[in-house]
Design a protein around this ligand. Structure first.
Ligand SMILES: Cc1cc2nc3c(=O)[nH]c(=O)nc-3n(C[C@H](O)[C@H](O)[C@H](O)COP(=O)(O)OP(=O)(O)OC[C@H]3O[C@@H](n4cnc5c(N)ncnc54)[C@H](O)[C@@H]3O)c2cc1C
Length: 323
């Protein structure tokens, strides 16, 4: 199973086994408080506003706000017009709802981007996912960044390129190393007109509409850098190990897209939601991307689910005993 469905299936199975009801298509619109304690939620359910009261506590696990274009553009105007890579459910309104209930909210400006499709296109190439063997060039066919750099560094470098459009390039070996899902996206993207393939680099450049001479020289220089481990783009850790030399060559026209949001509700190590004074709000826990603090200003790829599972479990255990 892919795209998280395996996790959801396993967790749902446990709920069913323990007779824990799961309601879907329910949108929480408010937290209900009695004095300083959160005692339930108000939610839109079957076109009606309904109150749900908690036996012990409420846990917010509503994800980030990477699908909330108005909010991320307000926080980082460079992202104007950019799309997002994730689910449209990452709307982030629970952050404001928790704040209204007294929660501290922090680090909202730390917005992680990753390479995604060009605006108006839908297939995410994934060519950039293997950092040992891909090249990024701008619309002039020139490199501008260490491709194996951290996500915030790559985001800033791409957003500075002309039209904020770049091309991610791999050769046959890079393409074959991708998962079948990303190979499929690569092929569908070619049909859609955002991905390009050719046995000859100069011909590939013509398809991409970048100067052929520049692209050919760029790949030559990149291959030399892999060989000599000397590159104009400095780095702390060297991960480029594979040359781009085996045809066919593949290019994807890509832009930065909002991928993950590091800011959100402040919690402590017990997953208790904290006030601005860093006091736990009774009856309220939070876990996963809706929270802040775990990843600092730049989440390391692969750690989002770990955060959600670790703090989800801590929140569940503590909520169950009413810590
Ligand atoms: C393309 C992509 C690839 C990724 N790959 C990886 C990876 O390989 N490894 C990794 O560790 N992480 C990865 N991540 C990050 C990872 O997906 C997230 O960190 C993780 O899904 C966050 O889990 P969560 O449970 O906090 O939130 P989510 O999975 O976003 O779930 C939140 C749920 O809350 C619901 N919700 C939101 N608001 C409300 C509301 N008001 N009322 C009721 N329900 C609401 C939403 O509908 C959603 O179902 C990736 C992210 C993207 C976008």
């Amino acid at each position: 199973m892919s795209h998280g469905r395996g996790y959801v299936a396993a967790l749902s199975e446990q709920c069913r086994a323990k007779d824990i009801p799961i309601l879907t298509n329910v949108q929480v619109v408010g937290l209900i408080k009695e004095g300083s304690r959160v005692i339930g939620v108000e939610a839109r359910f079957k076109n009606q506003l309904k109150k749900f009261y908690a036996d012990k506590a409420v846990i917010i696990a509503s994800g980030g706000f990477s699908a909330n274009k108005a909010l991320y553009t307000k926080l980082d105007p460079r992202l104007e017009g950019m799309t997002f890579t994730g689910a449209s459910s990452a709307t982030g309104e629970m952050i404001g709802i928790a704040e209204k209930a007294g929660a501290a909210v922090s680090d909202m400006e730390y917005i992680q981007c990753n390479l995604g499709p060009d605006v108006g296109y839908s297939h995410r190439s994934g060519y950039h996912l293997d950092v040992t063997r891909h090249v990024l060039v701008n619309i002039h066919g020139k490199r501008f960044v260490a491709e194996d750099g951290a996500r915030d560094y790559l985001r800033d470098a791409v957003l500075q390129q002309p039209n904020k459009i770049v091309y991610s390039i791999v050769d046959k070996n890079g393409f074959q190393n991708l998962s079948s899902l990303f190979q499929q996206a690569g092929i569908l993207g070619e049909i859609e007109g955002e991905h390009f393939e050719n046995n000859d680099l100069a011909e590939l450049a013509k398809k991409m509409k970048v100067p052929p001479e520049n692209l050919v020289n760029t790949i030559k220089e990149y291959n030399q850098a892999v060989e000599t481990k000397k590159d104009p783009y400095g780095r702390e850790v060297w991960m480029l190990t594979q040359k781009i030399e085996t045809p066919p060559f593949y290019a994807a026209r890509v832009r930065m897209a909002v991928h993950y949001t590091m800011g959100g509700i402040v919690i402590n190590e017990n997953a208790q939601v904290l006030t601005k004074e860093r006091e736990p709000i009774k009856g309220l826990y939070a876990a996963g991307e809706v929270t802040t603090g775990v990843h600092g200003s730049n989440r390391v790829g692969g750690n989002g689910l770990l955060d959600a599972f670790v703090f989800g479990r801590i929140a569940g255990e503590n909520a169950a005993v009413g810590l």
